[in-house]
Design a protein around this ligand. Structure first.
Ligand code: SF4
Length: 436
């Protein structure tokens, strides 16, 4: 099989892995080819919003495992291919020299054994780093079940590693990925987090800066199992806290294989749930929210009408309006329409004067939303909306409203039955004149 054909097969197989995003780490390999500091693109985005271009491929889609949800499972009849480490290194350099990419995202199925797969990945990365002098960004998959020594070697060669947890609960993992033990999935994450900490604590600063300098991430599939949003968010929270992950990626399940334990092939990916999870993830990382504040066992699923922050504010409406002159950063961040930038600007500006409504607009706050929750010098929400449904209608974006009409999955539709959909639609129509 020629390399073009392998490329076609192995880029196609790689598209189901959503766990790549480069953080643009500081270049530490001066004088070599490429740089981790500049922007790039495999159509993912860095932490500061830049587009990163990565060559996104699998080493192989030949797999000894049979995870039911995966297109590469051994029992699935698909075209198979495996790159040699030399081919991966050469392809990356060729693409880099043509200015197509700035880095590499290299994942893999498990060929022969986890150790064997890991050794091939190491070989490819060694060729790139040592023979070709490639210093660009590399994100590589930490293979579950591989020897810790091999994981360490990978971590010294790559910028970022990802060990995909895939499913939000042990029960789901045992059901859908019978060959993978939860321990085998968690172990590389734990090892990477611990080793990074140890190297930093023991004063091995140079080694610490070379060990997975862009940290680690993981991916979770949404909608393949009956796990609710609360369980997914709890798992996410615990992964951030225990293993200091840079990112948890959510991937709406795309049915590719028929199986009695999985949603039917006609089921569309639950994109709105995925979107809400990313919003909640954002709240936990940048808005000082705890997972338990966003969802609870009593309310285990997202309100699909409005974003999680607006939902929290409506449920805690007794805590509003917030006086922007007095509120601390955490309180400001809880106001819908006020983000980290506008909150900091408010804190700066109020040192000099009593803020009025126009000042708040100047800070970048979205007053169309915030007006229901703030009080300032010349404005207080003196006629608060007491009916939560009307408030939801006011806060629901036109985009959300349109998305609701094309809901994808049964679970998403069930989540809406908690609300009076018709009443809400009427209110929305009244509020912004969106036609049904
Ligand atoms: S080990 Fe990975 S590639 Fe293999 S079947 Fe499971 S999810 Fe797919």
């Amino acid at each position: 099989m020629n390399i073009e054909m392998k490329l076609e097969i192995l880029t196609e197989s790689a598209k189901y892995d959503a766990s790549c995003s480069s953080s643009g780490v500081t270049g530490q390999r001066a004088g070599k080819l490429g740089s981790t500091a500049v922007a790039g693109c495999c159509h993912s985005f860095s932490a500061d919003g830049r587009c990163i271009s990565l060559l996104k491929i699998l080493l192989t889609n030949v797999c000894i495992f049979d995870c039911h949800y995966c297109i590469n499972r051994k029992s699935n009849s698909i075209r198979r291919a495996t790159f040699t480490p030399e081919e991966i290194a050469q392809l990356t350099i060729d693409f880099y020299r043509r200015n197509y990419i700035e880095g590499l995202f290299l994942s893999s199925a498990i060929i022969k054994s986890p150790d064997y797969t890991c050794e091939l990945l190491i070989k490819a990365l060694e060729l790139l780093r040592n023979q070709h002098g490639f210093a660009g960004y590399i994100h590589v998959k930490a293979i579950p079940g591989a020897d810790p020594v091999l994981i360490d070697q990978l971590a010294f060669l790559a910028d970022r590693l990802s060990a995909n947890i895939e499913l939000p609960s042990q029960k789901s993992l045992s059901l859908l990925a019978p060959d993978k033990s939860p321990q085998a999935v968690i172990r590389p994450m734990k090892q990477i987090a611990q080793r990074k900490k140890e190297l930093a604590l023991t004063g091995h600063r140079q080694q610490a800066s070379r060990y997975a300098p862009a940290g680690q991430s993981t991916q979770m599939i949404i909608g393949a199992t009956s796990d609710n949003d609360y369980q997914i968010l709890q798992t996410t929270d615990s992964l951030y806290k225990k293993f200091q992950l840079k990112r948890v990626y959510f991937s709406a399940y795309i049915p590719t294989v028929a199986h009695t334990l999985l949603p039917s092939l006609e089921t569309k990916p639950p994109l709105l749930r995925e979107h809400r999870l990313y919003q909640a993830d954002w709240l936990m990382r940048f808005y000082q929210f705890e997972a338990d504040e966003i969802l609870t066992p009593e309310q285990p699923n997202f309100n699909l009408y409005i974003d999680p922050k607006a939902n929290w504010a409506i449920q805690h409406y007794d805590q509003f309006p917030v006086d922007v002159q007095q509120a601390n950063l955490a309180q400001l961040l809880r106001i819908p329409g006020i983000g980290p930038t506008s909150a900091r600007r408010i804190i700066q500006l109020r040192k000099h004067r009593q803020l009025d409504f126009t000042d708040l607009v100047k800070t970048g706050a979205i007053m169309k939303r915030a007006k229901y929750f703030v009080a300032c010098k010349d404005y207080a929400n003196s006629h608060p909306i007491s009916d939560p449904m009307r408030l939801i209608a006011s806060l629901m974006s036109a985009k959300d409203y349109q998305q609701l009409k094309t809901l994808n999955t049964q679970t998403e539709k069930e989540q809406l039955t908690l609300f009076d959909t018709e009443y809400l639609a009427r209110e929305k129509q009244r509020e912004v004149g969106v036609s049904q």
